[in-house]
Design a protein around this ligand. Structure first.
Ligand SMILES: *Cc1c(COP(=O)(O)O)cnc(C)c1O
Length: 502
């Protein structure tokens, strides 16, 4: 299977090149030239395989220049019971909300308690093998812009992985105190963490610029290094996410919740559009999905896009209690537009160029219709988010995080608007203890608010009896190693300094 850039069909690479490089030279994103097809027989054959077995099958269909042994090795190293708490890294919690069944796919049992672990525990293994194959013997420099969860998950995935270095940028006021503490206490000899004065989009734009500045790449080349990305623009991030949609479907069948062949709806709390795009790819491969429900917070640029076909990032930016979705430029949408425009790189490039120059574009009528028929877009504000956490806890004794609550709230809107009660998978993307302040606000009944995240976590635990994940509890006594803050235009200099090649 070969991959090409969404902005230039002549830019064709192998799977390992796509993963090693992260982003195409022209600024486009790598996409598979065609998708493997899973018919009902294939899905049936996956039912008894378990998560790792399904992962191996999916990876082998996409990473055709990897050997079966290599794929085995990556999967076995990534999804251990030690790291994910059990042999099923993505269990489903069967709950009800407002009288409707909600099947909550818990994607946060990994080492950093957010769904990013599902991809970032395996990406370093895919990447180091890809680098060996592409055979330039260079060390990979991973640059990450994070709205909070990616950064920690990438640091944890890459720490002390040979021939890699990782530098993470986060918006100084755009992540939760727990997320900040998780990153600033990161261990490992090959890691650096730096805050920027700006929001997530500034961090992401800054990283993209560093990637595409030839002088910086040359400097790295001279020092036997090359850039790579662990952001969700890297194909090696997206692919592992396809796995859990297929695995969750199998789990629903195995648990007798649906029959093989039945359609499901998928709800995803969305920021950069990576997670929901993975479910869309799974559907293109043959997974029976009826509707993709794209849930946003007050930064509802995607809701508007799905409803109007106009993507316009020129709007107020809100800092919300679901910070991992505080995003106005959803990078992975580019891959969807490419697909829905019939693999049209010219028109995709036009829209992306308009986004860069005007902050806005409007897709063609055909693409608009295609988006609208597959996707439903909705959003919910902070008050509604908290009310949803509260209601879910009161009715079911189940505590969910702010991002998951956005998804549940938007799903509830969807059902009341459409009456569609197709069985649903709702992606639950983080542990509630990553966002203790807001979760506590939601479930607290008049107790005094503690002044630090760890005491808040203890109080939530006292009120709800929900278990505090061990990786978060153990942070309490760790000292911060990193405290740098730079301006956006200082990012290139910071990178060269951190790599010792200034
Ligand atoms: C990253 C993240 C999201 C958004 O996922 P995308 O793939 O960027 O759309 C949602 N929730 C949490 C907790 C996250 O960390």
């Amino acid at each position: 299977m070969l991959y090409n850039s969404t902005e230039n069909k002549n830019e064709v690479v192998s799977a390992s090149q796509a993963i090693a490089q992260g982003i195409s030279k022209d600024g486009g994103l790598f996409v598979p030239q065609e998708l493997p097809k899973y018919d009902e027989e294939t899905l049936k054959s996956l039912l008894p395989l378990g998560y790792k077995g399904i992962a191996k099958k999916v990876f082998s269909d996409f990473l055709t220049d990897f050997t079966a042994e290599e794929i085995d090795d990556c999967v076995e190293k990534a999804y251990t019971a030690e790291k994910f708490g059990s042999d099923n890294p993505a269990p489903i919690a069967y709950k009800k909300f407002n009288g409707n069944d909600v099947n909550i796919l818990e994607l946060w049992h990994g080492p950093t308690c957010a769904f990013k672990d599902m991809a970032l525990q395996i990406l370093p293994h895919l990447l180091t093998k890809s680098l060996k194959k592409t055979n330039d013997g260079k060390d990979a420099v991973i640059l990450v812009a994070t709205s909070g969860d990616t950064g920690k998950a990438a640091l944890e995935g890459f720490k002390d992985v040979e021939h890699t270095k990782i530098i993470v940028f986060y918006p100084v006021d755009g992540v939760s105190p727990m997320q900040k503490h998780q990153m600033n206490t990161q261990e490992g000899e090959n890691v650096k963490v730096c805050a920027i004065e700006g929001n997530f989009d500034d961090a992401q734009t800054g990283v993209k610029k560093i990637f595409t500045t030839p002088e910086i790449s040359e400097k790295l080349g001279e020092n036997n290094m090359m850039f790579s990305s662990a952001n969700s623009i890297n194909w090696g991030r997206l692919l592992p996410q396809i796995v859990y949609y297929i695995a969750s479907y199998c789990e629903l069948v195995n648990d007798g919740k649906i029959q093989l062949g039945d359609k499901i709806n998928v709800v995803v709390p969305t920021g950069n559009f990576g997670n929901i795009l993975a479910s869309y790819y799974a559907c293109c491969m043959g997974l029976p999905v009826n509707k993709f429900i794209c849930a946003s917070n007050s930064n509802n640029v995607l809701t508007d896009f799905i409803n109007t076909g106009v993507y316009d990032k020129n709007r107020k930016f809100y800092t919300t209690i679901s910070p991992s979705m505080d995003i106005l430029v959803s990078s992975n949408l580019e891959r969807l537009l490419y697909k829905l425009s019939g693999d049209n790189a010219e028109v995709t490039r036009e829209w992306m160029t308009a986004l860069k120059t005007d902050g806005k574009y409007e897709v063609s009528a055909e693409v608009k219709d295609a988006v609208k028929s597959a996707f439903y877009g909705g959003y919910c504000d902070d008050e509604m988010t908290k009310a949803t956490i509260r209601k879910m806890f009161d009715e079911q004794g189940y505590l969910c995080d702010t991002h998951t609550a956005v998804a549940v709230a938007v799903y509830d809107q969807y059902v009341s608007e459409t009456g569609d009660k197709t069985p649903v998978v709702i992606a639950s993307t983080a542990s509630p203890y990553k966002f203790s302040r807001a979760v506590l606000d939601a479930v607290n009944d008049g107790r005094e608010l503690p002044d630090n995240e760890f005491d808040m976590a203890d109080l939530i635990n006292e009120i709800t009896s929900a278990e505090i994940p061990a990786p978060l509890a153990s942070l309490k006594n760790k000292k911060a190693r990193f405290s740098d803050v730079v301006k956006v235009d200082e990012m290139p200099d910071y990178v060269l300094g951190a790599l010792g090649v200034k």
